[in-house]
Design a protein around this ligand. Sequence first.
Ligand code: FNR
Length: 358
Amino acid sequence: MTEWPLNLAAFESAARECLPRMVYDYYAGGALDEITLRANREAYDDIALRYRVLVDVGRRSLRTDVLGREFETPVLFAPTAFHRLACEDGELATVRAAKTLGTLMVLSSLSTVPMEQVIAQYEHVWFQLYVYRDRGLTRELVARAEAAGAGAIVLTVDAQIWGRRERDVRNQFHLPDGINVANALPGGFGDMPEREGDSGLAAYVNSLFDPALDWEDVVWLKSLTKLPVLLKGIVHPDDARLAVEHGADGVMVSNHGGRQLDTACATIHALPDVVAAVEGQVPVFVDGGIRRGTDVIKALAYGASAVLVGRPVLWGLAVGGSAGIVAAIRSLHTELDVALALCGATEPARVTRGILAG
Ligand code: FNR
């Protein structure tokens, strides 16, 4: 592609054109009526900026600290499954884009390229964990991630039971031949069930992931690894406090991009109470519906250390592979840079709550 789409919405439109319907729907969709999916995005539109003026913004940077490491940007890659549905190179293309952008990639448990191959490409990859009923397999995944060089484990806590995603049910979502869950070990876990008049993914998850996961498992997970453990999928301040009490090294405010519990609150509305609850003891991140530079600045103003984007990475990947992701995320960076300057801030760490009206 010689000319990239102008913004993330245009990237989504272009991706929709080039992806098979089943794949586009899987990436784009949410649970039930997709109320949370829409709310995540629209909630940002209702927050007004009360910008500051006459600050020297001649020198600006997007550099951001994440768990003691400096990145080029506060926009990180959220874990999303099955990148080979969008592009032959799959997660290898994504990790190359993360490296080019100088950002962090969280690699999904449901990667379609084995984690060792992805992590070997770049020093800043974290591994997202789904806990399988088979705890031996789970332990093995954590050990492999650590041995491969992952920088942290991100435990997803909002998906013990799979959300009801009607687009996937309608399309009988399944993985085409030649694409599978590459991180699972030999012994039958790697193959998705065939269509069963339902989403094949829902069948896979509900049969293999552990719905009995509880707070003691956070302690168990911490005992398995020296890596920092972050919890992804928290929206309630009481859970944020429990996360800190159980040793979490960070909290990700997320509702899985509106794919799990429909009518769950927009993440940007959940963020301030979670930030207050953790009292600065651990960093707080947020994802869901971030599509504009001004969305990023609002999340930072509410106290997020950084944000994550899920679908925008997939749209870039579908449109132009690794280069497409870089172009998509750079469009967001351009907007963020303008927004920072016009709010009177020279870098993400200087964004304060005071720029939010009301
Ligand atoms: C996801 N998400 C997700 N989360 C996770 O912890 N493990 C996973 O494997 C996946 N897979 C996945 C696939 C697809 C297609 C999507 C869209 C999302 C959730 C993801 O990490 C993140 O929370 C949301 O995508 C953030 O919302 P936006 O940026 O997509 O609006």
